[in-house]
Each structure stands twice: as structure tokens, then as C-alpha cells.
Design a protein around this ligand. Structure first.
Ligand SMILES: NC(=O)C1=CN([C@@H]2O[C@H](COP(=O)(O)OP(=O)(O)OC[C@H]3O[C@@H](n4cnc5c(N)ncnc54)[C@H](O)[C@@H]3O)[C@@H](O)[C@H]2O)C=CC1
Ligand SMILES: NCC(=O)COP(=O)(O)O
Length: 348
């Protein structure tokens, strides 16, 4: 169990509603209920307070919901009630029955969380899962949170997705594109960018000053010297060389099928993967409950559970809150590292 006495003294975390037809409400209520056992840092939920209170009542969970006006009120309230910045939904929502009518409210909660962090009223953004199909049906023009958050940040920097658990960190270089587009989309520049941003983030936000990166191949056996594909020699190996030229510790391209067993995991601080499932299958297999989705390359900290909206179990009280709890802990730890690094440099 985490030592709550060691939690950093930071502003509350801003937690977004996610898709209100998904399990975001269930796991947020459950995370609050575990607050003493898990020592989750205080957070404020941006959501419809009536919906959350109604969900708690339907589940029979004793969660007092406290409407607040300012995030600063959340820390003192948190031990006794779930603090909510009340943002009413335009329509009633049934668990498991998504509607694009809530899309604007879902996106507004994300934008508000970012604004709160940028003013210092909140310390980090922790997002509940959104459903890309539902949002895009309503006109959302981003593949997911990662790209939307980068747009809200407004720096022009390309964000990098990382999924992390105690046993493994993985970075998909290409993300939400069809598998058949991966080979055409992959570039040396994209791999170099992902490696550079990952190394910087591991130093600044995770306290690993000299991270060891592994880079996976795309093809079976990392291409078998070009007999099973040439992306390794044309695209990936030059990226590894370029990252080494920048002084980073990088190995690869390595066959992906032998990168994730325990001994291989111990050799690297993060693995750059060439496509979504090459990265997400190992981490969700190794630690579905403890996996956290982190966006690197933003001027603020953002984490999220590694799972999605799970409409099939929404509103039933059976969704495990562990990944959200891990995301809350990771966000607070990253904020503390970032503050320390800003004051003292990257450290060991
Ligand atoms: N950060 C985010 O906003 C994410 C959003 N998504 C989105 O979620 C939607 C659904 O995606 P799926 O691929 O179906 O994945 P999913 O993670 O929503 O569900 C896959 C399976 O895992 C189960 N599951 C998920 N979370 C669970 C939990 N906390 N406890 C117990 N069981 C759990 C579900 O019941 C389902 O059987 C998609 O629109 C996807 O884009 C997916 C991943 C992350
Ligand atoms: N598969 C990861 C995922 O869908 C999360 O994406 P994002 O919404 O965090 O960009």
C-alpha cells in the first residue's frame, strides 16, 4: 500500500468525466471509496454532480457528492466527500447507451481540466475514457485525447503516447491508424521524435536520468536481414543511430517477440513499438489493472487508465478502479518529479 505520508503537497488532480455512458463514473466512485486503502491523492471530478450522485445511489455505494466552485476546496473535502465541479449534461444518460448529444460536454470537461492545470488550480489532468466513435460522430476531429490535449496545449509539439506499469513502459510510435497503413506511415523522424521525447520525459517526470531505450522491429525477426521486410534497415536502424548520436542509450531494432519477457523487460526503461497493438498487448497482458496511459511532450502532466469505456459493464459496479487509481498515483508522482527536476535538475 502506498505511504500516504509521502504524497506530494500539490493542488488536486483534475479528473474528467469521460463518456458518461461508460465506466468513468463507476471507477471514479470506486477510486474515491478506496481512498484510505490506496492513498489516492485528492482529486476533483468535472462532471454532472446529479448523475454521479444518482449512480452512487443506484449502486448502493455511500459516496457523498460535494458540489464545489473552486478546485482549492477539494483537498479539505476529499476525506469526507467526492468533490465535483458540477457541469450539467444536456440529456439524461443511461449506462451502456452512449449518445453523441454528450460529446460537447465530454470535450468541455477535458478542456476545463487543462485550463485548471494551466492556472495552477489543479496539478495534473487525469482523464476517464472517451469513445472515439461517439465523439467523432459528433464532429470531434482528433484520434483521441492525446492529440486533443496537444491541440489544447497549443505548443505545436507532437505528443507521444506511453503506457506504463511497474514492470514495463511502452511507446507506440504510430497510434490509431489501420494496421495496413503502419508500414507506409512509419518514418525515421517519427521514431527519433518518440525516442527523444520519451528519454526527456523519463528524466524529467520519472527520475531516470539516463534511460535505456529499446526499439522494436516491425517485421518478424526484425526483418531477418531484409528477407522479411526492409523497414528495419531503411527506417528503424537509422533512427536508432540518430538517437545514439544524441547521446542516448538505445538498442535495436530488436525482434518484438522477445522484448517483453521478464529478463528482457529488466534491460530497458522503455520500449519504442512500431504500432498500437505491438505496444498495448504486452502491457495489458502483463498488468491490465496497473497500466496507465501517459501523454508525453505536453507542458502539463496527463495520465489515464489504460482501458476504454467498457459500455458492456457500465453502471453495474463491477468495473475495476485499479487502473484509474494507478493513473492518479502516477500523475501525482510525475508532478512531484517535474517540480523536483525543475528545481534541482534530472538527478541520478
Ligand atoms: N483513454 C481512453 O479514453 C481510451 C478509450 N478507449 C475507447 O474505449 C472504447 C471501447 O474500447 P474497447 O477496445 O472495447 O476496450 P475497453 O477497455 O473499453 O473494453 C475491453 C474489455 O475490457 C473490459 N474492461 C475494460 N475496463 C475494465 C475495468 N476497469 N474493469 C473490468 N473490466 C474492464 C470491458 O468490459 C471489455 O470486456 C473505444 O471507443 C476506445 O477507443 C480505449 C482505450 C483508452
Ligand atoms: N488505446 C489507447 C487509447 O485509445 C487512448 O488514447 P487517448 O484517448 O489517450 O489518446
Amino acid at each position: 500500500m502506498p505511504d500516504t505520508n509521502r504524497l506530494p503537497d500539490i493542488a488536486p488532480l483534475a479528473v474528467t468525466m469521460g463518456d458518461p455512458a461508460g465506466i468513468g463514473g463507476d471507477i471514479t466512485l470506486a477510486a474515491w471509496l478506496t481512498r484510505e486503502a490506496t492513498g489516492v491523492p485528492p482529486f476533483v471530478l468535472i462532471d454532472d454532480a446529479d448523475r454521479i450522485a444518482g449512480l452512487a445511489e443506484r449502486l448502493g455505494w455511500a459516496v457523498p457528492v460535494a458540489r464545489i466552485e473552486q478546485p482549492a476546496q477539494a483537498v479539505a473535502l476529499f476525506p469526507k466527500a467526492l468533490p465535483v465541479l458540477h457541469r450539467p449534461l444536456p440529456v439524461p444518460v443511461q449506462p451502456g447507451k452512449p449518445t453523441s448529444a454528450t460529446a460537447d460536454a465530454v470535450c468541455a470537461a477535458i478542456a476545463e481540466a487543462v485550463a485548471l492545470v494551466r492556472t495552477g488550480a489543479a496539478s495534473a489532468v487525469v482523464t476517464n475514457p472517451i469513445n472515439k466513435d461517439v465523439l467523432q460522430h459528433a464532429g470531434f476531429r482528433f484520434p483521441g485525447h492525446t492529440e486533443y490535449l496537444a491541440d489544447l496545449a497549443g505548443t505545436g509539439d507532437v505528443p507521444v503516447m506511453m503506457l506504463a506499469c511497474p514492470a514495463l513502459r511502452v511507446v507506440p510510435v504510430t497510434i490509431h491508424i489501420p494496421l495496413e497503413a503502419v508500414a507506409q506511415t512509419l518514418t525515421t523522424a517519427a521514431i527519433v521524435h518518440a525516442g527523444r521525447v520519451t528519454a526527456q520525459a523519463l528524466a524529467r517526470d520519472f527520475g531516470i536520468a539516463r534511460p535505456r531505450l529499446a526499439v522494436a522491429g516491425l517485421n518478424p525477426h526484425a526483418g531477418e536481414r531484409g528477407r522479411m521486410g526492409d523497414q528495419e534497415t531503411r527506417i528503424i536502424a537509422p533512427a536508432v543511430e540518430a538517437l545514439r548520436d544524441e547521446g542516448l542509450t538505445v538498442s535495436g531494432p530488436l525482434p518484438a517477440d522477445t522484448l517483453f519477457h521478464p529478463a528482457a523487460r529488466a534491460r530497458h526503461d522503455a520500449v519504442l513499438c512500431m504500432y498500437h497493438d505491438q505496444a498495448l498487448i504486452p502491457i495489458k497482458t502483463v498488468d491490465f489493472a496497473g497500466g496507465v496511459n501517459v501523454t508525453l511532450g505536453l507542458p502539463f502532466v496527463r495520465t489515464s487508465p489504460d482501458h476504454g469505456t467498457a459500455f458492456d459493464i457500465a453502471g453495474q459496479g463491477t468495473a475495476q478502479p485499479d487502473s484509474l487509481v494507478a493513473a492518479l498515483h502516477m500523475a501525482a508522482t510525475m508532478v512531484a518529479h517535474r517540480q523536483r527536476t525543475a528545481a534541482e535538475g534530472p538527478g541520478r
